[in-house]
Write a protein that binds this ligand. Structure first.
Ligand code: ZN
Length: 166
């Protein structure tokens, strides 16, 4: 269900306008949402992955690169030492068009196949009041996802975007 009118549909003849754009969580957004919901900076998130000081800059660069708009990683490394990410969801966000993306909490990126506790210690579920977010985000009033500028392009899932991937 798409209920958010796009700027285009407001400017153009509604009959001729393209489908309104719902906020689409792209792979780089997903990683950022999961990192931020774990309360980690790029530096914090990188720490478990380097042991020698000379590796630190490289790891932090990689960690911020995977959040760069348009960047998709073929084989994302296991993030569990740092924050929780569903690699299957990541893959789907990379490889499938936005209208077939899995449903995610639009505040923290939680998916219903991943275990997460809410603020009361119960298993997370979809919020009854706002089905776009999970019960944890409802309880702690986490801010909702705002697509970054490049995501508002109707064709962000294109060959051009993939070409920039590593
Ligand atoms: Zn959430």
């Amino acid at each position: 269900m798409r209920t958010v009118p796009s700027l285009l549909s407001m400017l153009d003849d509604p009959a001729a306008a393209p489908e309104p754009l719902a906020p689409v969580v792209m792979p780089w957004d997903y990683i950022q949402m999961r990192r931020l919901s774990a309360g980690l900076s790029i530096e914090d998130a990188s720490k478990p992955f380097w042991h020698r000081p000379e590796h630190r800059a490289d790891v932090e660069r990689n960690m911020s690169q995977i959040e760069t708009v348009g960047f998709r990683v073929k084989r994302l490394w296991d993030m569990s030492r740092s924050f929780r990410l569903n690699l299957t969801v990541y893959r789907q966000l990379c490889d499938t068009p936005p209208d077939t993306h899995p449903r995610l909490c639009l505040a923290c990126g939680w998916d219903e196949w991943s275990h997460q506790l809410d603020a009361e210690g119960f298993d997370c579920a979809w919020s009854a009041a706002n089905p776009e977010i999970c019960t944890l985000c409802e309880q702690i009033k986490r801010a909702k996802f705002k697509p970054r500028p490049a995501n508002t392009q109707p064709h962000s899932h294109t060959a051009r975007a993939s070409q920039r991937a590593a």
